[in-house]
Design a protein around this ligand. Structure first.
Ligand SMILES: Cc1cc2nc3c(=O)[nH]c(=O)nc-3n(C[C@H](O)[C@H](O)[C@H](O)COP(=O)(O)OP(=O)(O)OC[C@H]3O[C@@H](n4cnc5c(N)ncnc54)[C@H](O)[C@@H]3O)c2cc1C
Length: 387
């Protein structure tokens, strides 16, 4: 039986894959440059500025992986409404009540998601190895794959690249990418809010790029500000008090007084691997696809990769079998590509001031807000197809 998996990268997606595949009886080793103390992270009061909007399908996976109870004990914020608008009197509002659901998704800190998965490792016999430096080569033969570092090497039946957008494993496997860097960058701002727990996330489209409000567990929230890279670079030189002033000039709809705690700027890229597997090497999460975070879908897509890969490998005699890996790629490539293209349509369609386009956008928002059945379908899709 060939059932030894080596996972490079224990971020949210790599860790979810580790837990899911170990639950299916595979022998799993995770190589990580920055191992996490799960229990410390889950009880730490320090708030992670990196947050993700997790849809209902991802929630179902995290439940299956026994991570959700830990997240509920730590910090998370369910959101019930999602609003998109350009002009304030013309918005598209999605409400979970339209589908008789309790919530549309959750906003959760990335480090907590990762920790809630790492907390399962010991129980499932998942081995973690801290690695420093980058691997130098991958050697493959029909029977196994070997990842070679200067001082040591690791052998497995399947090598999973979960090492993010700049994946070294993908490069060593000779898999190229297609994509580009967006002109806009994105600033995340962690704030402490003097208002009751918020349940609505909203996004306003502006010509310079969207701004968004993500409610976290009381009393915190995350503001997302898209703008040209050099404008945001300028903003990183401001003090928290000056940044607050800038925010007050741009974010009109904040529900109360607030304090800026932290900010960080992220470059944005679209990138899609030309293949998802090569021999016994397979890509998941951001190593396979990096998407504009406009609608917060990156990790949700990564979790779908995990579920699809686990389903393809379930009960296999040889988990490196090319036909199984092809099945995985076939089930994920188009879905990932479609989401990337939808995000680009929004990005390019909304980030401009061309008058006819502005009228069209507002018309679309108005019509969509009153298009009952279509709106419900879009809503189901945003929730990950789970109601
Ligand atoms: C501003 C912003 C906002 C976002 N918001 C959302 C959102 O709301 N919802 C959503 O679904 N997605 C969102 N995303 C996308 C989401 O953050 C990514 O899709 C997600 O982090 C990808 O997870 P990953 O585990 O594939 O990769 P990563 O998070 O990049 O993890 C890679 C892991 O591999 C490790 N690693 C890297 N190289 C090596 C190596 N050589 N050896 C060993 N280990 C290695 C790293 O330490 C890390 O732990 C957002 C992204 C950005 C930039």
């Amino acid at each position: 039986m060939k059932n030894k998996v080596l996972i490079v990268g224990g971020g949210m997606v790599g860790a979810a894959a580790a837990v899911k595949l170990a639950q299916q009886g595979l022998t799993v080793t995770v190589l990580e440059t920055h191992p996490l103390d799960a229990m410390q992270a889950l009880t730490d009061e320090t708030i992670d500025i990196r947050v993700s909007a997790i849809n209902r399908l991802s929630e179902a996976l995290l439940d299956e992986l026994q991570a959700m109870p830990l997240l509920r004990n730590a910090r998370l914020a369910p959101y019930q409404q999602l609003e998109a608008y350009e002009q304030e009197n013309n918005s598209l509002l999605f409400d979970c009540e339209e589908l008789a659901a309790t919530h549309l998704g959750h906003i959760v800190e990335n480090r907590l998601i990762q920790a809630s998965l790492w907390a399962q490792f010991e129980r499932l016999g998942i081995k973690v190895e801290q690695v420093s430096g980058t691997p130098q080569a991958i050697k493959q033969n029909t029977d196994s794959v070997e990842l070679i570092y200067p001082e040591q090497s690791y052998q497995a039946d399947l090598l999973l690249a979960a090492d993010g957008g700049r994946s070294v494993v993908r490069k060593l496997a000779g898999i190229g990418v297609t994509g580009w860097q967006y002109q806009q960058h994105c600033m995340g701002v962690l704030i402490k809010l003097d208002a009751p727990q918020q349940v609505k996330t909203w996004q306003q489209f502006k010509p310079s790029g969207p701004i968004a409000f993500l409610p976290m567990q009381y009393p915190y929230a995350n503001l997302i500000w898209y703008h040209h890279g050099n404008e945001l670079a300028q903003m990183t030189t401001l003090s928290n008090a000056q940044l607050k002033q800038e925010i007050q000039n741009h974010f009109f709809d904040l529900p109360g007084e607030f304090e800026v705690l932290q900010s960080a700027v992220f470059p944005l890229a679209r990138q899609h691997a030309n293949q998802y597997h090569q021999g016994r090497v397979v890509l998941i999460g951001d190593s396979a696809h990096t998407i504009n975070p406009l609608a917060g879908q990156g990790v949700n897509l990564g979790f779908k990769d995990v579920a699809a890969l686990a389903s393809a490998l379930e009960g296999a005699e040889d988990i490196g079998n090319a036909a199984l890996l092809r099945r995985y790629e076939q089930s994920r490539r188009n879905d990932n590509l479609m989401m990337m293209s939808m995000m680009d349509a929004c990005y390019f369609g909304f980030s401009n001031e061309i008058a006819p386009l502005r009228h069209l956008r507002n018309l679309v928002l108005k019509v969509a807000n009153h298009a009952g059945p279509i709106k419900r379908e879009v809503l189901k899709h945003a929730m990950g197809g789970v109601v």
